[in-house]
Ligand binder design. Structure first.
Ligand code: THU
Length: 131
């Protein structure tokens, strides 16, 4: 699966965003080492605090179906005003990913299907909490 294909899956997943409060539409696509793709969108809540980001939706779907080894994730988001910005995983999502992924895990953030950048989880989360 190419980075471009994974980004396309994240863009499609963003269409399911439930975000009546922020208006941000975010999608994520997580590739397992076994070659499966799990997608997720952001799911907001009236309490705000119960909101789940797209990345964690994808991660929790995968883990709950027995997948715990991952290669890369693509994230695509649009703000309420439609501005093109890179939606990087928030701190909670970086920590959640670090439970299952090592520092070489690839994080792709996309502004559009053709405009994306890659980084590593190790670079995005220094000294993540581990037990
Ligand atoms: N959000 C994500 O789903 N992923 C990110 O990487 C950053 C933020 C969502 C959470 C909330 O629904 C909205 O974007 C605004 O923070």
């Amino acid at each position: 699966m190419t980075d471009r294909e994974l980004v396309a899956a994240a863009v499609s997943a963003s269409e399911y965003a439930y975000s009546p409060y922020s208006g941000c539409r975010v999608g994520a696509a997580l590739l397992t080492k076994s070659g499966k793709v799990f997608t997720g969108c952001n799911i907001e809540n009236a309490s705000y605090g119960a909101t789940n980001c797209a990345e964690r939706t994808a991660l929790f779907k995968a883990v709950s179906e027995g997948e715990t080894e991952f290669e890369k994730i693509a994230v695509f988001g649009k703000s309420k005003d439609g501005a093109d910005i890179y939606f990087y995983p928030c701190g909670i999502c970086r920590q959640a990913l670090s439970e299952f992924c090592d520092e070489n895990f690839t994080v792709i953030t996309a502004k559009s299907p053709d405009d994306f950048v890659t980084d590593t989880l190790g670079n995005l989360l220094k000294n993540g909490f581990k037990l």
